[in-house]
Design a protein around this ligand. Structure first.
Ligand code: SF4
Ligand code: SF4
Length: 386
């Protein structure tokens, strides 16, 4: 008999490694139509953030793309059919949180839980967080959270170097403290209490056709299911796990020592094993991705000029705040993005006037023995005007 636990860890690790490689390649080769997709184009949450702007104006939020909406639709449908399989077996941030805890336990660090009353209150934080992010995004017309504290974006920019990390450290702080650090002690701390995508999917989970069910007559109340749950739930005490926080990982079902006592149950009462729910869910996710490619909906760059309230916004997608300029932008992109003359930027920065405009800012700085912050400061000065 195949163990879903091992297969699941294999899928989680494989996808995390693959997506991390994509992030590294993006840093190396850049984005755009012919390049490697940006972190935003590969995030289902970006689809949720973009949908309002797209529905009301037909345009895309800056840096989002149709692919993120495709991913959100796939993940939402999957959740309604089989539960939060995306969270349980695919999401790279969830995997980082779960693997951190696994590593901590291998090192002998004991798993902790918050006191029940604090735990219940903290679980509401993610809904508040979701509301605030969507409100800010939809009213400002830009990805409000992305540049401030997004740990997913931070993970995908880990290879961008110290200078960029220190230029916008918010996401890295969240990643290392709330996703990895807190996850060492409390498994999937980020997923339980803070993840805004998890909050949105949790609302859909309530309506999911598939839930974990328990046979009370055969349950011996050993507590193995509760102890195995990465989300700190209590399947031992309910007939059906209706919690929005169940991520359909199947760990409780596999840990139960009495065959048939815990199982996934669909409407109509059909029982499914953890293996079949997990494999079906992962297959549907990748099938949805493949179908969207075949149908021509998989587009990882914005199809139209993008929406932004910023006076400094541009089709090249430079950030509003020049301090957040990534080193992967070429000098020509920076100049056109802010509507400035490249010669003025170079002069202000004290860089040679014949610096190659198509070279990336980071590479140019390395080659000249200068700092990328010279260019950021020059842009800021020029935007202020005389
Ligand atoms: S709750 Fe958020 S971080 Fe956790 S697995 Fe789900 S989407 Fe990923
Ligand atoms: S209740 Fe079971 S399936 Fe749901 S999150 Fe906990 S261990 Fe996973």
């Amino acid at each position: 008999m195949f163990s879903w636990k091992r297969i699941r860890y294999g899928i989680m690790f494989g996808f995390l490694a693959y997506i991390t490689w994509v992030g590294y390649q993006h840093q190396l080769l850049g984005g755009g139509r012919g390049g490697i997709p940006t972190v935003d184009a590969l995030c289902p949450f970006g689809g949720l953030e973009a949908v309002y702007a797209w529905l009301t104006s037909g345009e895309w939020l800056r840096r989002t793309a149709p692919s993120s909406l495709v991913l959100f639709v796939i993940v939402a449908v999957l959740t309604l059919l089989l539960g939060r399989v995306f969270c349980g077996s695919i999401c790279p941030l969830g995997s980082i949180g779960e693997f951190s805890n696994l590593a901590a336990r291998k090192l002998g660090i004991r798993r902790r839980e918050l006191p029940p009353s604090l735990d219940r209150g903290m679980r509401l934080l993610k809904y508040l967080f979701l509301f605030v992010i969507l409100y800010m995004t939809w009213t400002t017309g830009t990805l409000a959270w992305r540049d401030r504290a997004d740990p997913w974006s931070a993970w995908m920019h880990l290879s961008s170097g110290w200078e960029e990390i220190s230029a916008s450290p918010g996401g890295f702080i969240v990643l290392f403290i709330l996703v990895i650090g807190a996850g060492l002690l409390i498994e999937r701390f980020w997923c339980r209490y803070l993840c805004p995508l998890g909050a949105a999917l949790g609302i859909l989970q309530k309506f999911s056709l598939t839930k974990v069910a328990r046979e009370e007559d055969t349950c011996i109340s050993c507590g193995k299911c509760n102890r195995s749950c990465p989300m700190g739930l209590d399947p031992m005490s309910v007939d059906r796990v209706t919690s929005a926080d169940c991520i359909s990982c199947g760990r409780c079902v596999e840990e139960c020592p009495v065959p048939g006592t815990l199982r996934f149950s669909t409407v109509g009462g059909w029982a499914m094993s953890a293996l079949s729910v997990g494999l079906l869910g992962v297959t549907l996710y990748f099938a949805g991705y493949g179908a969207s490619r075949l149908a021509g909906y998989w587009q990882t760059f914005p199809p139209t000029p993008t929406v932004s309230t910023s006076t400094a916004a541009s089709p090249t997608g430079v950030p509003r705040n020049p301090d957040e300029l990534k080193g992967s932008f070429s000098l020509a992109e920076i100049a056109s993005g802010y509507g400035l003359e490249l010669s003025s930027i170079l002069e202000k920065a004290g860089w040679p006037a014949d610096t190659d405009p198509d070279i990336k800012m980071r590479e140019a700085a390395d080659a000249l023995g200068r700092e990328a912050s010279d260019i950021r400061n020059a842009v800021k000065e020029l935007l202020k005007g005389p």
